[in-house]
Design a protein around this ligand. Structure first.
Ligand code: SAM
Length: 389
């Protein structure tokens, strides 16, 4: 039978053999038993009702004046209580075998049989990457991204971070937000197709999406589906928790009734996709994410308050600088090319410049681009990599 072993080293423990038999002897061997070595107590655990066990051990601690016995029993309790992984069966904690059915045997062979990211494995992306032509480096470009990007060569951008218009009916300066869904997706996909083409092999596209919950349009799923059909690999999804409690309980649904409860969301999504490979090549010396940041940010729920300066910039749908900073540092190296094809007033480009990336921002609004230029100009670069950037 399999047991979990606990060892408590203490000189003189062998003198407590009879006392310990009294304490633990009433538990069936199929739950636990003990052995005493010269200077150690060994406990073998399979399962225990912790309430009964604790009561019994505490009663013995209270009932003896022998200091060594009290200390050892206290340590026994402490060690067993601090076992973090166990299963539960009825009122007993199971210390062994509780996760047996969840373990996958021969995992590697099964992964090979299943096939990795099957929806993207037959892509025909070229692994040859191109230099970004200098005329596009560190530029804010006014225009329709579909047209502008057509001038770019294939495979020349390391990271695309963007949030497209969501067709909510917002008051943008030049773009009409709130058109037929089919037309909206046709245009969005035409731009995203260009994005995929200009993305390097091993490059990433991170797209921030807020679904239109009130219309039951899961835009984040529709976009993800588009990327998968176009053979990108889904790397994951980040929840951007904004704690934005601005929606009333009964605004759209029922109250205290299952007839039509309306689900509320205080967060948005970031869908992360890769072209050709999950691995992005780069010089490790150009990684600028700290250990602390990495540890925190790979947990894919990011609590970041929404942008507060939208009025100041005169833009209705900005994301905060911290969101851009995390994406850029987690998914790109210093010196990489970072593109935002819906750049608005330039959050991505300002942060990319500050972090020593080569930035490109495209927006259809001349006014937003002017503000983005100004923002980039006012943003100093930290740790410049290139003298002339
Ligand atoms: C959600 S906003 C992006 C805001 C940006 N993340 C920021 O923080 O400022 C979407 C932007 O897409 C722009 N846009 C809409 N259609 C476009 C197109 N065809 N080409 C380029 N930009 C477009 C809009 O003008 C708007 O500024």
């Amino acid at each position: 039978m399999e047991y979990k072993t606990i060892k408590i080293k203490r000189e003189g423990v062998s003198s407590l053999n009879n006392f310990l038999r009294e304490v633990f002897g009433s538990f069936p061997k199929s739950d636990m038993y003990f052995e005493v070595e010269q200077n150690a107590l060994l406990l073998y655990l399979r399962q225990l009702n912790m309430v009964d066990f604790r009561k019994r051990v505490q009663a013995f601690i209270a009932g003896t004046d022998y200091q060594l016995a009290r200390e050892i029993l206290q340590e026994v309790l402490h060690k067993i209580e601090s076992i973090g992984s166990y299963g539960l069966k009825g009122r007993k904690r199971l210390f062994v075998g509780y996760n047996r059915e969840r373990k996958v045997r021969d995992r590697q062979r099964k992964e090979i049989e299943r096939g990795d990211y099957f929806y993207a494995s037959d892509n025909d992306f070229s692994p040859l990457n191109n230099e970004l032509p200098m005329e596009f480096a560190n530029r804010i470009i006014v225009g329709d991204s579909e047209e502008v990007l057509k001038k770019f060569p294939d495979n020349c951008v390391d990271l695309i971070f963007t949030s497209p218009p969501y067709n909510f009916g917002l008051d943008y300066e030049s773009h009409k937000d709130g058109i037929e869904w089919e037309k909206y997706f046709d245009k969005l996909f035409a731009i995203l197709k260009e994005c995929i083409r200009v993305l390097k092999y091993g490059g990433r596209i991170v797209i921030n999406v807020q679904p239109l919950f009130s219309d039951y349009i899961p835009i984040h799923h529709i976009i993800s589906n588009f990327f998968m059909q176009n053979k990108l690999i889904w790397k994951g999804e980040i929840i951007w928790e904004k704690h934005n409690y601005n929606c009333k309980y009964t605004a759209w649904g029922s109250w205290k009734s299952p007839s039509n409860p309306y689900l509320k969301y205080t967060w948005e999504f970031l869908e992360v996709f890769c072209k050709g490979s999950l691995k992005h090549e780069g010089d490790p010396r150009n990684a600028d994410i700290s250990g602390e940041e990495f540890k925190k940010w790979v947990y894919a729920k990011w609590e970041i308050p929404p942008e507060r300066d939208m009025e100041k910039y005169g833009h209705p749908a900005m994301f905060p600088k911290e969101l851009a900073e995390r994406v850029i540092k987690l998914f790109s190296y210093k010196g990489d090319v970072v593109l935002d094809p819906f750049n608005g007033v330039g959050t991505t480009t300002a942060v990319a410049k500050r972090l020593g990336r080569i930035y490109i921002g495209i927006d259809i609004s001349e006014e937003y681009c002017r503000k983005a230029e100004e923002r980039v100009r006012m943003t100093p670069q930290e740790n410049p990599l290139f003298e002339n950037v």
